[in-house]
Write a protein that binds this ligand. Structure first.
Ligand code: M6R
Length: 369
């Protein structure tokens, strides 16, 4: 049942190319137009949307955080990401022009379900991005966009996460298409490039021996930091969550720009820090800014574990290790950069002799508030 792998998580990590491919399947016509007919909300209603709020927990919330960057850029609709358990109790602002998009692999997370019900009470349109047919959250929503990742057994979400980002992007591109305006060139490019992502994930999966080796030598590590910026920021958070959850190691993710506002004080000789580096062609010079961050922490003795695109030589002088991912447009990099971090957490958990699939104190779906 584990398909020859030691752990379900490992199997599910290797199923990610398929999970993304299946989530994309049948959702565009031959002429490059997205067709999300399954969203039973009228085009007029969707065109009128003037605010989008994602509600989710844990890894699913990070998928929403990634999507916020992309959807705001493509649609110019303000997007907010709320942890579902906070949304419900913060007197949220929502009406019939608000699209509340829940993201849940299981479709049974009570916090997320309660947020959806609350959103409906406020008159918002509710869409569920979900991986489990017939589960509760889609049933309680106006519409559902299924991720087709297949059953996820390991407690740690992996293929569910990449499929969630993919589905969020499809939704964002669809909204941009409906609005017709400002369908930015990069949105078009991303839509085409999404089709190549499954192959690129396979490529990443083939290059992870060094990450495994690094993890195996870190079984005694007490703390690991993760830095990212723009869409790489939620990936840093996700890398940290995976490590906490699976290896019971203190881990924190930061937005790289936040370093000098406090976290840099944590850097001492030997402190391992993963840095998710945006591609060199990311707008606003973000690549250079993150490279400077790596330089700053390296100068203070950090052990820099750098995730960078192929051909990005600028990181080399400041990297103790470079973990390469193929080149992609900036918005798509999370779908590749998340993978080495998943494998790192799995391997470290394994090196500590822990139960990778069933970490202590956790359940696959959290059905209590
Ligand atoms: O089933 P859901 O996507 O609603 O679950 C949400 C979180 O509980 C889940 O992503 C959790 O954070 C994972 N264990 C992370 O690996």
């Amino acid at each position: 049942e584990k398909g020859g792998y030691q752990w379900f998580m490992e199997k599910e990590i290797h199923e990610q190319p398929q999970a993304v491919a299946d989530t994309l399947l049948g959702r565009s016509d031959g002429a490059g137009r997205l067709t999300l007919d399954e969203l039973r909300i009228s085009e007029a209603q969707l065109r009128a949307v003037d605010r989008i709020t994602f509600v989710a927990c844990g890894t699913a919330a990070y998928a929403g955080m990634v999507a916020k960057y992309a959807i705001e850029r493509w649609t110019r609709i303000p997007v907010e990401v709320a942890l579902a358990h906070e949304f419900r109790y913060c007197d949220p602002i929502a009406d019939d022009r608000t699209l509340v998009v829940s993201i849940s692999q299981s479709g049974e997370t009570m916090d997320t379900l309660m947020a959806v019900k609350h959103a409906r009470d406020l008159g918002a349109l509710t869409v569920s991005i979900c991986n489990t047919h017939g589960s509760t959250i889609p049933r309680e929503s106006d519409a559902v966009l299924y991720t087709h990742a297949g059953p996820e057994i390991a407690v740690a979400s992996t293929k569910g996460f990449l499929a969630q980002i993919t589905a969020c992007y499809l939704l964002g591109l669809y909204l941009a298409q409906l609005r017709g305006e400002s369908y930015a060139d990069d949105a078009r490019a991303v839509q085409a490039e999404l089709q190549e992502i499954p192959g690129l994930i396979t490529d990443v999966l083939g290059r992870l021996d060094r990450v495994r080796e690094i993890a195996r030598f870190m079984a005694d590590t007490r703390s690991v930091l993760f830095l990212g910026r723009h869409v790489g920021f939620p990936i840093a958070l996700e890398g940290a969550l995976k490590l906490k959850e699976l290896a019971y190691i203190h881990a924190e993710g930061f937005a790289a720009g936040e370093l000098k506002h406090g976290p840099i004080a944590l850097i001492e000789p030997g402190q391992p820090v993963f840095i998710v580096v945006p591609g060199p062609d990311t707008p606003h010079g973000l690549h250079g800014k993150v490279v400077s961050n790596i330089q700053e922490i390296r100068a203070r003795g950090a052990r820099t574990l750098v995730i960078a695109q192929d051909g990005d030589t600028a990181v080399e002088p400041f990297a103790d290790e470079v973990i390469r991912v193929p080149r992609t447009s900036p918005m798509l990099q999370p779908l590749l950069a998340a993978v080495p971090l998943q494998v790192f957490a799995l391997e470290l958990s394994n090196a500590k002799g822990l139960d990778v699939d069933q970490p202590r104190n956790l359940a696959k779906s959290v059905t209590v508030e």
